[in-house]
Design a protein around this ligand. Structure first.
Ligand code: FES
Length: 294
């Protein structure tokens, strides 16, 4: 009637200006339409709450790290003893490189045992400390790391040995069965102390721990270096007596090969002396259960 007309209200924005984002930062339509996994934060959560990106990983180390002394044939010649024989330094270096090529460059210490074996072959059956020091330099470890390997494994000799190195088992089963008498008989017969070499260079006496023939105790191993230190063999002689071990030594001196294994004529291999006492026939199978009665 007499009222002025009311003007129409201004159009309202769909979203407040603070919620608008530049089009470049908007998620792609395809990913926005994808269902969000439960309990996951909303895709446009405040960047201040996000954890910082992880630091970049350090590059993988493929070298031993500290710089190693550069080994040349001259430095090998200097670090090995003058008694080294059988191989020139150039050949030694070639064999060392061949051994190292079997292992990754950051695991050079895995070559300690083969290199100790090489050194032992070149020194006629024993490893001098100078050779252990050279190996420690080559693989980049402290010398004690090589010493502890050489002293742990009894097949590495740290002094000169005879062509026949007689190793008496000193572990408990053999000791109970008379290994001390075996050793005394050997030392007395050869006229040496333990780890000494006879004047003709033929025999030496050492000790080894259990060689796994306890059932035939006491026993010795004879390391035979007569065919060279790189083709040596270990032969085992079991069920020994002081008299029998002296006979074995004399057979070796005459160049004979004593029969290996048990020296007890009543025993066959590792069977009981005097024949079998159990399992004399076909064993009876266990009775079958009556399943119908269950
Ligand atoms: S204790 Fe001597 S072989 Fe086992």
């Amino acid at each position: 009637t007499g009222h002025p007309p009311i003007p129409p209200p201004p159009p309202l924005p769909l979203r407040p200006p603070c919620c608008r984002r530049p089009p470049a930062s908007r998620p792609a339509a395809s990913s926005a339409s994808r269902p969000r996994p439960l309990h996951s934060p909303p895709p446009d959560a405040s960047p201040r709450l996000r954890s910082p990106p992880p630091p970049p990983r350090p590059p993988r180390v493929t070298s031993p790290g500290p710089s190693l002394p550069r080994l040349t044939t001259t430095s090998i010649r200097r670090t090995t003893t003058p008694t080294c024989r059988g191989s020139s330094p150039r050949t030694t270096w070639r064999r060392v490189n061949e051994i190292l090529s079997h292992y990754p460059s950051n695991y050079k210490q895995s070559g300690i045992i083969p290199m100790l074996d090489l050194a032992q072959q070149q020194h006629g059956g024993w490893v001098p400390v100078a050779a252990m020091d050279a190996i420690a330099k080559i693989v980049g470890v402290a010398p004690i790391r090589v010493y502890e390997v050489a002293t742990f494994y009894s097949m590495f000799n740290r002094t000169k040995v005879g062509k026949y190195h007689l190793l008496v088992c000193g572990t408990t089963p053999c000791m109970i069965r008379g290994s001390r008498d075996i050793e005394d008989a050997l030392l007395k017969h050869l006229g040496v102390k333990r780890n000494e070499v006879t004047s003709d260079g033929l025999f030496s006496v050492g000790e080894m721990e259990c060689m796994g023939c306890c059932v035939n105790a006491p026993m010795i191993a004879v390391a035979d270096y007569t065919k060279g230190s790189d083709g040596y063999t270990y032969n085992y002689y079991e069920d020994l007596t002081p008299k029998r071990v002296v006979e074995l030594v004399e057979m070796l001196r005459r160049g004979e090969t004593p029969p290996r294994g048990t020296q007890n004529p009543e025993r066959k291999n590792c069977g009981p002396a005097g024949g079998m006492t159990t399992l004399l026939g076909e064993p009876k199978p266990p009775p079958c259960r009556d399943l119908d009665a269950c």
